[in-house]
Design a protein around this ligand. Structure first.
Ligand SMILES: Cc1cc2nc3c(=O)[nH]c(=O)nc-3n(C[C@H](O)[C@H](O)[C@H](O)COP(=O)(O)OP(=O)(O)OC[C@H]3O[C@@H](n4cnc5c(N)ncnc54)[C@H](O)[C@@H]3O)c2cc1C
Length: 433
């Protein structure tokens, strides 16, 4: 009898954890064929992207090669971008892979499946704001974060040489969106300026003017209000200008146009507000999606359109018993990966599938080396508890450690942590090129 073929599309926070477990459990014993498809050759945990963008993290050190990981964990890796799904015929189509000069490296291909897991994440939602896609940087992928980093270093170099010629200029950076991404990026930018100054560039902290522009009445809307007040105080200490109730209606080369008719000038513009599923998902025949392109799923995490298609992470629109939907977070993707692993095993063994219940363990925001604040959910009381400082930093990093343990196990993760400590001693504290 043929063994089942499970195809996971998207090797991100959720998909890579799932495919690693499936490979270790089923692939290793030849009980199922496990395949991973991703449009990139390497994985980097997405919540690290703002650190890559500012240079606090060298993406080359933390990234995981899918092909090598597949070899160690008994699955097959396919480099390619998902283009289409044929639900009735049970196959997916991958677009042709092109080289740096547009030459075709791999032709368009199809891959059949018995079970498909969609884990392709989300992208930033600019809500169709005119000029946003042309003038703003987005932090949706490592390539975008690397591009932002290059632009930042070049701009700082220009500023430094202007200052040395006696005509100093300010660098104005505008960030749209006061969610965790926008807030964490703003704080990291201050750290970058301080480090570049230490490494010899003629800059001072007053040369950087960062504004966070938020349409809603307060920053970090997904977190408790007292937490958002604490973060506003920390940002004020760094001189970061936070403007709430400021809706952006247009972006051009000069800056941001607001609903009240004013213009906020910015040399570097970042859009970090809102998420949506990849646009092409809503074009796939027979696949039901939400208005923001997320795939509609039952609480079992099976697509409402086809029970052989499971969906995890940001691209899933999963209802919860209280009428809310699972939020697009790394901790959701992590929990969903474990749940779909169990439900896939149940499906193949003919057992009943369980519903997914999201456990909110709280949220943390890292303000670079300056501070970390957050709230932890008390499991028994159901109430949240505010934490900050070293404890908060430890819990913040723990989420990444859990991801690393899911990928590499305890011993390799300990070795990775040890080598990261050594790197902190022997390498510069900032990626300088
Ligand atoms: C800067 C930043 C900071 C964040 N900080 C936090 C935080 O502190 N805490 C938190 O909980 N969450 C945070 N998040 C959100 C978190 O990163 C996401 O919720 C999480 O990564 C979602 O996991 P996922 O597996 O659904 O998707 P992802 O991790 O985004 O992975 C998707 C994968 O699919 C691949 N892919 C996409 N399209 C295709 C395609 N067409 N074909 C093939 N492959 C494809 C991508 O290459 C990627 O590998 C942050 C996000 C950002 C951008």
């Amino acid at each position: 009898m043929a063994i089942p073929r499970i195809v996971v599309v998207g090797g991100g926070a959720g998909g890579l954890e799932l495919v690693t477990r499936l490979g270790n459990k089923l692939g290793r014993k030849g009980q199922a064929e496990i395949h991973l498809v991703d449009r990139n050759p390497t994985h980097l945990w997405k919540p690290l992207l703002h650190e890559v963008a500012t240079g606090s993290l060298d993406s080359g050190i933390d990234e995981v090669s899918y092909r090598a990981h597949a070899y160690y964990h008994h699955f097959r890796f396919h480099l390619g971008s998902l283009k289409d799904i044929r639900l009735h015929e049970r196959y997916i189509t991958l677009a042709a892979t092109l080289g740096a000069n547009g030459e075709e490296i791999q032709p368009e291909r199809v891959l059949t499946y018995d079970y498909l897991v969609m884990a392709i994440g989300s992208q930033t939602n600019d809500f169709g704001t005119p000029g946003a896609d042309k003038h703003c940087a987005f932090l949706d992928s490592r390539q975008e974060a690397d591009r932002f980093h290059k632009q930042l270093i070049q701009t700082f170099l220009r500023l430094s040489s202007q200052a040395s010629l006696g005509s100093p200029k300010k660098l104005r950076i505008g960030i749209v969106g006061a969610g965790a991404t926008g807030v964490e990026l703003a704080a990291e930018l201050h750290n970058t300026t301080a480090l570049l100054q230490a490494y010899g560039l003629q800059l001072d902290s007053g040369d950087l003017a960062v504004s966070i522009l938020e349409a809603g009445p307060r920053i970090l809307p997904a977190l408790p209000e007292r937490l958002s007040r604490a973060v506003v105080n920390e940002l004020a200490k760094l001189g970061i200008d936070v403007r709430t109730s400021t809706r952006i209606t247009q972006v051009d080369s000069a800056g941001f146009h607001t609903a009240d008719g004013s213009v906020i000038e910015a040399d570097i513009k970042v859009w970090a507000a809102g998420v949506k599923g990849p646009d092409f998902l809503s074009q796939i025949e027979g696949l039901e999606t939400s208005p923001t392109n997320q795939i509609l799923v039952h609480p079992s995490l099976q697509s409402v359109s086809d029970e052989r298609v499971f969906v995890i992470g940001d691209c899933a629109r999963c209802p919860q018993p209280d009428g809310s939907f699972v939020p697009p977070r790394a901790q959701s993707a992590h929990q969903m990966a474990s749940h779909v692993f169990r439900n896939l095993m149940a499906t193949m063994e003919g057992r009943e599938l369980a519903d997914f219940l999201y456990q909110d363990h709280g949220s943390l925001v890292s303000l670079s080396r300056y501070s970390t604040v957050g709230s932890l959910m008390g499991n028994l009381s159901g109430k949240s508890m505010m934490i900050e400082g070293k404890v908060a930093r430890f819990v913040y990093i723990s989420l990444y450690r859990l991801h690393q343990i899911a990928l590499h196990g305890y011993i390799r993760t300990a070795l990775i942590m040890f080598s990261a400590r050594i790197n902190r001693i022997i390498r510069p504290r900032l990626k300088l090129h």
